[in-house]
Design a protein around this ligand. Structure first.
Ligand SMILES: Cc1cc2nc3c(=O)[nH]c(=O)nc-3n(C[C@H](O)[C@H](O)[C@H](O)COP(=O)(O)OP(=O)(O)OC[C@H]3O[C@@H](n4cnc5c(N)ncnc54)[C@H](O)[C@@H]3O)c2cc1C
Length: 552
């Protein structure tokens, strides 16, 4: 048995996405300006920075000028500048190009990008400023002393799937920090624990999520221009399924395509991955992909509950930034600039707290004040009821969005609420529409040229997990799971999972059981969010495990 190492730092940042990296960069800069030098440590579970990063992405660039004031924008590895942005309403056999942009959806002047590449660039900048970055380490425990956060611990490794320590057992490292920043992205597994322990969401709406599935393609020259982008609404989604598609033309004849679907849908057999395959067969998308080749695949959830779903952002010695806090504007499908801005505001707060030697909750409350006075509030508040309005369907939602725009965000009913996504699914015998497979009967046989089954797509995500570890997807109450999730909801996990982790199996006694192929997991977190009764919890697997995204 190995001893537990303890490391001390001034600030610990958990997560190397845009929010965590922006926190690190701005904190290092702010402290330097004030003549201070403090230790900043950032831990990332991906094998390298960017390997777990997936986004669309079209990025609003202005925040980069604030984050890196000495850098010329041309140095940042954006892809093409958006030159043409079109919104299209799809039907099964055709499409209607919208003659106007939906508010919040005009992207001309923004940049397309691989967020993974942007994060790799930001990591270099952070290291140049003295930030220590350690990737390939999963953080799985928050450390407390007398009820207050005092850091976090990386995961023990060298354990077999029964939990028995092996010869190569390595205890995780305790990282004690004056301030801990939770920057784990959507449905952060530690942020979730923190929010629960301190009841930080008691005054907030339920967070709502969507699942985004994306493919990166290489296509023949001329199929789409760099900076030519499309957003689609309608087919193959029904009125009660919120979401749409995106097509982003990139340099070097690459194109990013994908769909994002709200997880508050009712049909237990709905399958976002397969819906994306059907979407690709529409004439708009198939023309763009014709003659091309799939390069990469990935999936991740997005927090889309908006302003009212943001929890309290701080406790003694800790703050939450980026997607983990729910900073995302759904009508624009954008969270990157908000993740960066929130990281900068948390950094400003942390710098003041360190200098005054006061990291108490009272001192860190400054972060929330800064957010309220920032561009984040200015952008999110006017559309504060947006997503909840659509919980009743597209027509009701469209009407509601219209009234919100007129009334400055209030709509006609003040604050709207919606249910958590795990509560919205209909049981098999209560579903009032054709199940997914019947709706798309004959369209779910994939040709492996334009359309792909999950196994083929997963192969293009480079996903890997050590066999020697406890399965990182925990089913609570197996009996209830079998009786309710399998029998009443038809084991919907096998359909919503973007990477075929869950398989319904009938054993030799004729009993149905769910098999878990944890090695396929893309870390999208859908199971943690959508499983009826919240009977599955996603915990972080060994560091360095998961997808190996290159340009997502
Ligand atoms: C399909 C899709 C399309 C999108 N399109 C756009 C778009 O076009 N424009 C836009 O602005 N936004 C878009 N977004 C949203 C945007 O990507 C997010 O808002 C943004 O990435 C949030 O940044 P973050 O730093 O909070 O989280 P993330 O980018 O998710 O980064 C979090 C990091 O933390 C790491 N981590 C998590 N838990 C742990 C742990 N326990 N230990 C160690 N490391 C951990 C993760 O591996 C990850 O690297 C899109 C999202 C998706 C999924």
């Amino acid at each position: 048995m190995s001893n537990v190492d303890t490391v001390s730092t001034d600030v610990l940042i958990i997560g190397g996405g845009p929010s965590g990296l922006a926190t690190a960069i701005h904190l290092a800069d702010t402290l330097k300006q004030k003549g201070q030098s403090q230790r900043i440590l950032l831990i990332e579970k991906g094998s390298s920075i960017g390997s777990h990063i997936i986004s669309g992405a079209v990025i609003k660039p202005d925040v980069f000028k604030e984050l890196l004031p000495d850098v010329d924008i041309s140095e940042i590895p954006f892809n093409a500048k958006v030159v043409k942005d079109t919104t299209v309403f799809l039907t099964k056999n055709g499409s209607i190009t919208m003659p106007f942009h939906i508010p919040y959806m005009n992207n001309v002047g923004n940049y397309t990008a691989s967020l993974g590449q942007i994060c790799r660039y930001l990591a270099v900048k952070a290291q140049e400023k003295g930030v220590e970055i350690y990737s390939g380490f999963a953080v799985d425990e928050i450390l407390y002393d007398k009820g207050k956060v005092i850091g976090a611990k990386t995961k023990d490794t060298g354990i077999d799937h029964h939990g028995t320590q092996l010869d190569n057992f390595q205890a995780g490292t305790r990282i004690e920090a004056k301030i801990t920043i939770f920057a784990e992205g959507t449905r952060g597994s530690l942020a979730k624990m923190l929010i629960k322990k301190f009841n930080l969401a008691k005054d907030s709406n339920e967070q709502m999520y969507s699942l985004g599935c994306k493919e990166l393609w290489s296509v023949p020259q001329g199929n789409i221009a760099p900076g030519e982008i499309y957003h689609t609404m309608g087919y193959p989604l029904d009125n009660d399924e919120f979401g749409g598609g995106f097509i982003y033309g990139l340099n070097d004849n690459k194109v990013a395509v994908g769909i994002v679907v709200g997880l508050d849908y009712k049909d237990p057999s709905f399958d976002t991955h397969d819906a994306m395959q059907v979407w690709k067969t529409t004439s708009l998308v198939s023309k763009i992909l014709k003659g091309g080749k799939l390069v990469e695949y990935g999936a991740k959830t997005l927090p889309e509950g908006g302003y009212y779903a943001i929890p309290k952002l701080y406790v003694d010695n800790a703050m939450i930034v980026g997607d983990s806090a729910g900073f995302l504007t759904m009508p624009a499908l954008k969270g990157i600039h908000l993740a960066i801005k929130s990281g900068m505001l948390a950094a400003q707060t942390a710098a003041n707290a360190l200098i005054s030697n006061d990291t108490s909750e009272k001192s860190l409350a400054q972060y929330e004040t800064l957010v309220k006075n920032s561009s984040i509030h200015k952008e999110m508040y006017p559309v504060r009821n947006f997503r909840q309005g659509f919980a009743k369907g597209l027509i009701a939602g469209g009407f509601n969005f219209g009234t919100q725009l007129i009334t400055g965000g209030a709509g006609f009913s003040g604050r709207l609420r919606a249910h958590a996504d795990h509560l919205t699914t209909s049981k098999l015998n209560e579903l009032k529409k054709k199940p997914f497979k019947e709706r798309f009967n004959g369209q779910l046989e994939f040709d492996k040229v334009l359309t792909f089954d999950k196994a083929t797509d997963i192969y293009h995500s480079g996903v890997y997990h050590d066999e020697q570890q406890v399965v990182h997807l925990h089913i609570h109450d197996q009996e209830k799971f079998n009786a309710i999730n399998i029998e009443q909801y038809g084991a919907m996990e096998q359909f919503f999972c973007s990477s075929e982790v869950y398989e319904l199996h009938v054993n030799k006694d004729g009993k149905k059981e769910l098999r878990i192929h944890a090695e396929n997991c893309m870390h999208c977190k859908t199971c943690d969010i959508k499983t009826p009764g919240e009977r599955i919890t996603w915990v972080v697997p060994n560091g360095g495990n998961g997808p190996d995204f290159q340009n997502m």
